[in-house]
Design a protein. Structure first.
Length: 116
């Protein structure tokens, strides 16, 4: 599968770390949305909570290919939180960039190991 890495790839740990930090940042974005951006508590909790839950599910399933699929879906969701509070455009973009960079490096490691 082109969107997943084998479980033996060391970059899987980096991707897992990115997802765990996303859970924290998406959760911390909720009070920022409420206090700084003036978003209703319900909408902020729904947006930030669902994004954090999605990242947590992806982290829990990362040993399987479906975890990578959920992780890829999580990245644009983090960017979309920027419509609720503009700071998340930057934070979501940074995490999406880290996810993409880690995945590409994992692919390169895999190619070098197998001599492709």
């Amino acid at each position: 599968m082109r969107y997943a890495l084998p479980s033996s790839n060391p970059m899987r740990v980096v991707l897992l770390t990115v997802l765990i930090f996303e859970v924290v940042i998406f959760g911390l974005a909720v009070p920022v949305m409420i206090l700084v951006s003036g978003i209703s508590a319900e909408l902020a909790a729904l947006g930030g909570g669902l994004a954090a839950l999605l990242a947590l599910v992806a982290a829990g399933l990362l040993r399987r290919p479906v975890g990578y699929l959920v992780g890829w879906i999580t990245q644009p969701i983090g960017l979309l939180l920027g419509f609720l509070t503009p700071a998340m455009f930057l934070a979501g973009g940074l995490f999406a960039g880290l996810w993409l960079l880690s995945f590409v490096l994992g692919r390169r490691l895999e190619a070098n190991v197998h001599g492709e």
